[in-house]
Design a protein around this ligand. Structure first.
Ligand SMILES: [Zn+2]
Length: 85
């Protein structure tokens, strides 16, 4: 049984982007859309290929692609603050 931790994902500018139910240990690289909560950038319903941006500074947060058959946000590590569990 996997355990999940709720982590905050924030932009480098300080804008809160969303919360994520992160499984496993290590650095947050990708976010499966169905594990995103408090979505403040409307990424949960984004289409594959979308490039959501921070509503405050306009930086690209990442892009949406299929990972293991599930839509996920691949984070742009230059935009989001580092999350390590
Ligand atoms: Zn920002």
């Amino acid at each position: 049984m996997d355990s999940y931790r709720i982590v905050d994902v924030d932009c480098q500018c300080g804008q809160h982007l969303f919360e994520y139910a992160k499984g496993g240990r290590g650095r947050l690289i990708k976010c499966f859309l169905d594990q995103i909560r408090r979505d403040e950038i409307s990424v949960v319903n984004a289409a594959v290929g979308a490039h959501p941006v921070c509503p405050s500074c306009g930086s690209e947060v990442g892009y949406v692609r299929m990972i293991y058959g599930r839509p996920a946000l691949k984070l742009n590590q230059g935009t989001v603050q580092k999350v390590v569990t």
